[in-house]
Design a protein around this ligand. Structure first.
Ligand code: IMP
Ligand code: MG
Length: 180
């Protein structure tokens, strides 16, 4: 285990089992639809890569990048679009893929912005959900795990751009970010 990790919450195996199950569910729900998966960079990259390979119906993908945190562990409440989608959304059944739904500020902003572009439907899929922290009125349509109230890294999730490459999801030791 990495020295900065206090506890592993979800091992590689646990993550794979959950992602495969979710992929089967989404494949069932989007059988007769025009699935368009949008990964919110960078945190959802690893989840997106595994999830799309667990989906058996035709789909296309795109990426967008937003920033709301800087190097802090608390959301600033401000959302900035850094990279927008390449494709239009008309006639698409949009599935927004996120790493973690925390305050919900990022996703509620994105959902409104993308809804205005006229997709046929919009749903939200998140690997992790921290419902106790919610400030915006938003819920996930699909989620793998409800997580405890701690700062979490690994499997795409970062602190100050580090730890994204850990193959598991774990709690970051508070001493790593305290007094920073
Ligand atoms: P929200 O706007 O507060 O819901 O923030 C969502 C974004 O904040 C996520 O996509 C993550 O990038 C980041 N985030 C929130 N909580 C954590 C965490 O515990 N670890 C790492 N990133 C987090
Ligand atoms: Mg993110």
């Amino acid at each position: 285990m990495h020295k900065d990790i206090a506890e592993i919450l979800y091992t590689e195996e646990t993550l794979q089992t959950a992602v495969q199950k979710l992929g089967r569910q989404i494949s069932e729900d989007y059988k007769d639809k025009n699935l368009f998966m949008v990964s919110v960079l960078k945190g959802s990259l690893v989840f997106m890569a595994d999830l799309m390979r667990a989906i058996t119906v035709p789909c296309s993908i795109d990426f967008l990048s937003v920033s709301s945190y800087g190097n802090s562990t608390k959301s600033s409440g401000e959302v900035r679009v850094i990279k927008d989608l390449d494709c239009p959304l008309e006639n698409k059944d949009l599935l927004i893929v996120e790493d973690i739904l925390d305050s919900g500020v990022t996703l509620s902003y994105l959902k409104k912005m993308l809804a205005a572009r006229g997709p046929r439907s919009i749903k939200i899929c998140t690997l992790l959900d921290k419902p106790d922290h919610r400030r915006a009125d938003i819920t996930a349509d699909y989620r793998c795990f409800v997580t405890p109230d701690a700062f979490i890294v690994g499997y795409g999730l970062d602190y100050a751009e580090q730890y994204r490459n850990l193959p598991y999801v774990g709690i970051l030791k508070p001493e790593v970010y305290e007094n920073k």
